[in-house]
Design a protein around this ligand. Structure first.
Ligand SMILES: Nc1ncnc2c1ncn2[C@@H]1O[C@H](COP(=O)(O)OP(=O)(O)OP(=O)(O)O)[C@@H](O)[C@H]1O
Ligand SMILES: [Mg+2]
Length: 327
């Protein structure tokens, strides 16, 4: 049931009650009542739809990492197929996707295999569709054609169990206006020691301890009290603490200086060893050691392989590498 439904039905009920009383008391004619009720009906339906659109927009805008943890529930469009085992395969097959029916497809017949337990990188120029792939995997959107399957079953057939297995850190992480600790744990219980260890690995324990209230510090509205790099490191700590089967990092270290990024990435590699980690990055230094690198161009995979192989065989990759090495 939509949140706006009680408002919708409540308003209609009040209109019927007052209208009915008016007709019985001969204050208004039956015709006037029908016209007035039709008007009220249309008005509240419009308001209800506006309300729903605002909520849907907000949902897409907001970071899934927040939504997953804070709300802990999903839209009803997903199925309820049992997912008690582990993720054993992740495949995109001939996936086509556009953000709107009028626009050109962002992804066109895209096929990709994400090897389980490996470090997988997706690189490509800006607008090539990297974040779109992440969002499809997180079920923020559904493909127009083709299939995204997990263990051979379309991803949308699974319920919340799937979401609990996949987490993401976006470039601009979102925070709720509460303490650092609550933003790290949300509704889950963790040992303080585990929280601190995750923060030490992601190089944020020291700056947290530098605040007068330490882990109880209020982060402010949308994390306003934190710098971009601090927010990214906190969001990474949150993901490390959550330790899901699949972790997607979409430009998640972009606000860090090169040395800090290198140290954080090294610790992520250590902590995620044997677990599936999908990294989207512009600075190719962070993904050079990936088990497999996908090179994306205009919504399609133009090459795949290790860094060494791509440097030998893929001019697009070589160009990206040269550009980011210089910049
Ligand atoms: N919410 C959206 N609505 C409409 N078009 C979008 C939306 N998000 C992305 N696009 C378009 O889809 C294309 C792919 O965008 P995407 O964000 O996947 O690229 P990207 O490879 O992640 O780029 P970047 O490296 O700049 O982050 C772009 O042309 C972009 O303008
Ligand atoms: Mg992107």
């Amino acid at each position: 049931m939509f949140i706006s439904d009680p408002f919708l039905y409540g308003t209609k009920l009040v209109a019927i009650l007052f209208g009915g009383i008016g007709v019985i008391a001969n204050n208004i004619s039956l015709g006037e009542f029908v016209v007035s009720f039709t008007f009220v009906d249309q008005l509240v339906t419009e308001i209800g739809q506006l309300f729903e659109q605002a909520l849907t927009g907000k949902r897409l805008e907001a970071s899934v990492e927040c939504i997953q943890s804070v709300m802990g529930k999903e839209s009803a469009k997903f199925g309820s197929a049992d997912f008690s085992g582990d993720i054993e395969s992740i495949q995109f097959k001939d996936v086509r996707f556009s953000y709107s029916p009028e626009s050109d497809p962002v992804l066109n017949n895209l096929s990709m295999d994400f090897p389980i337990g490996k470090k997988i990188a997706i690189v490509g120029s800006s607008g090539s569709g990297k974040s779109t792939i992440a969002q499809l995997l997180l079920r923020m959107y559904s493909p127009e054609k083709g299939e995204i399957s997990i263990n051979g079953t379309p991803v949308n057939c699974y319920g919340k169990q799937y979401s609990d297995k996949v987490s993401v850190v976006f470039q601009q992480p979102h925070f709720i206006p509460t303490t650092i600790k609550e933003n790290l744990t949300f509704d889950k219980e963790y040992d303080q020691l585990d929280i601190e260890n995750a923060c030490k690995e992601m190089l944020c324990h020291d700056f947290i301890m530098g605040f007068p209230s330490q882990y109880e510090t209020q982060v402010g509205e949308r994390g306003a009290a934190l710098s971009g790099g601090q927010k990214q490191r906190l969001a990474l700590s949150r993901a490390i603490l959550k330790n899901t089967e699949v972790l997607i990092l979409d430009e998640a270290t972009s606000a860090l200086d090169t040395e800090t990024e290198f140290r954080v990435q090294k610790n992520i590699d250590k902590l995620r060893k044997g677990k599936t980690t999908i990294i989207i990055a512009h600075r190719l230094s962070t993904i050079q050691n990936a088990d497999i690198i996908y090179v994306l161009d205009k919504g399609n995979v133009v090459a795949q392989g290790t860094h060494e192989r791509l440097m030998d065989e893929c001019p697009v990759y070589k160009e990206l590498y040269a550009f980011h090495a210089v910049s």
